[in-house]
Design a protein. Structure first.
Length: 196
């Protein structure tokens, strides 16, 4: 069983407004990402917030998802990952997704789960033209390690520490590298969605 953690605790300072609540594909950015996750075989989805959790919760009303608040308001990405892992129920593996990466599609999520379930790798990372991106899926046997290590590296530290366990899934979609930090990024991702 694979569970998902969607990181949604950023402050959106460079965007100038809460980017996860921007319109996207007929709803919000965060709502669209949750829908893509829920179209796959992910068993349970958890969204980690920190600030504006009521508005994000309202955007997710009626969707099959749980939310958890990262109490460290100034925490970085590793602190949100750890918060999500502590709140996760028993799973065989966890997929970490970025809440500001709305062009990730359910097909990619399904492909990564299939590789985990049918292969020998315990860490799955998508790559585009040799560059590693998100989401990242890993066996829960690494959860204690992620809780205690890689403060400044995040999941890059985990991937680097276990090269023999990493399966790089080559994709022809640049979306695995594309998150949204500023208005130009948002326009780029909206245009990508419209082309699809």
């Amino acid at each position: 069983m694979v569970c998902a953690i969607i990181l949604a605790a950023g402050k959106s300072l460079r965007m100038g407004t809460q980017k996860l609540l921007l319109p996207f594909a007929g709803q919000t950015v965060i709502g669209h990402i949750v829908d893509q996750v829920n179209k796959s075989s992910i068993r349970q989805t958890l969204v980690v917030t920190s600030g504006q959790e009521e508005k994000i919760g309202a955007a997710l009303k009626g969707k099959r998802v749980s939310t958890v608040i990262n109490p460290d308001r100034d925490g970085d990405m590793p602190s949100s990952i750890r918060c999500g892992l502590r709140a996760m129920p028993g799973c065989e593996a966890v997929m970490i997704l970025l809440g500001d990466q709305p062009s990730i599609r359910s097909g990619l999520i399904a492909d990564m789960i299939k590789i985990f379930e049918t292969g020998n790798a315990s860490i799955i990372v998508p790559t585009y033209r040799g560059r590693r991106g998100h989401p990242i899926l890993f066996d829960t046997k690494y959860c204690d390690e992620v809780q205690k290590k890689y403060d400044n590296l995040g999941l890059r530290g985990l991937v680097s520490a276990h090269p023999e366990q990493v399966h790089e899934l080559k994709v022809d979609d640049e979306a695995v590298l594309a998150d949204m930090d500023n208005p130009e990024d948002y326009q780029r991702e909206s245009a990508r969605q419209n082309r699809r």
